[in-house]
Design a protein around this ligand. Sequence first.
Ligand code: NAD
Ligand code: DAU
Length: 340
Amino acid sequence: MHILITGGCGFIASNFVHYLLERYDYRIINLDALTYAGNPENLREFENNPRYKFIHGRIEDVKAVKKALRGVDRIVHFAAESHVDRSITNAQPFIQTNVAGTQVLLDACRQAKIDRFIHVSTDEVYGSLGDKDRFTETTPLAPNSPYAASKAASDLLVRATAKTHGLPSIITRCSNNYGPYQFPEKLIPLMITNALEDKPLPVYGDGLNVRDWIHVTDHCAALDTVLHRGIVGETYNIGGESERKNIDVVKTILRLLEKSESLITFVDDRPGHDRRYAMDIKKIKRQLKWSPAVTFEKGLELTIDWYRRNEKWWRRVKSGRYRQYYQKMYGQRLAEGKKP
Ligand code: NAD
Ligand code: DAU
């Protein structure tokens, strides 16, 4: 099988490329624009692998997409602008990539008559929950951030292309991932690397927002299942069944690293900050017999261990442009932050 992965140099997709190349004899084509989040180092070991090909290009570029689709049977579409905070500062790149780019891919896949389009989406399209309930696949879409709105738009474009033109597609919606190669703008790698550097850990608002964490290898296993056994036209929720308050996640990281809780700094909240996400994953369990296997405690230990062993990787990522980003995003907030 020939599989096109979009955004393969990012966090989840690079883990998925590792996952596929280690388990199958498929040919993988990776189309990636190498934005700030795309890191070729994540896939360096496959550079000379005859079953792996990298194409540097944007998903909005019709020519690049057509080239990447040559001979492809299935596509797993990850490429996206993925960070909520950046979408609050500037929504334009999110519309460009997540919405316009997805439509270019859909049109090209239709013309190429590919036999499966797997669209990797997120629980954030459902909005925010109160204390009870969970998101099911039929929960109405109610995105609250520009990022979530752009992902919801892309989900609807996939749905429309499937209904109108018969493109054989499947949508997956996953909860918060963590694990190796995650860019340290997201909560867990930011907190791990800041703690390793003895820098303050910026916790938004009261720290009581809840996320449903999944180790990235569990997400990869779920996507593997959907790729091979998913039913065309369906949407599947994927989650780790590990709800945690942000402050508890941060305290656990500090405990595992044997660092002081005095590093915690409460800072001004994210505007429109969703309070709670929680996934109901009964459908994928029942229909496809997939369940998460990594507990949050085990996954966090493995992740901390990875960041400890790969200091060169994250120190390089946290240099250069990242410093300006960090200063802009956190400089003022940390200066005005409060200790617990
Ligand atoms: P990421 O930000 O780490 O990586 C995104 C990748 O896409 C990068 O390699 C980047 O270079 C590439 N890219 C960006 N714009 C592109 C464009 N126009 N053309 C080609 N490539 C482009 O992302 P991630 O956190 O690994 O998320 C991957 C996908 O999974 C996204 O679609 C995201 O919405 C979804 N998702 C993420 C999470 C999570 O917790 N991170 C959870 C659920 C769903
Ligand atoms: O739920 C799936 C989504 O998870 C994905 O679709 C997104 O691509 C991914 O970025 C993630 O979104 P979140 O906004 O939930 O993740 P983030 O890591 O940015 O934040 C997790 C929680 O931690 C959230 O409640 C905000 C909080 N937070 C985050 C950062 C970066 C802090 O308290 N401090 C921080 O510095």
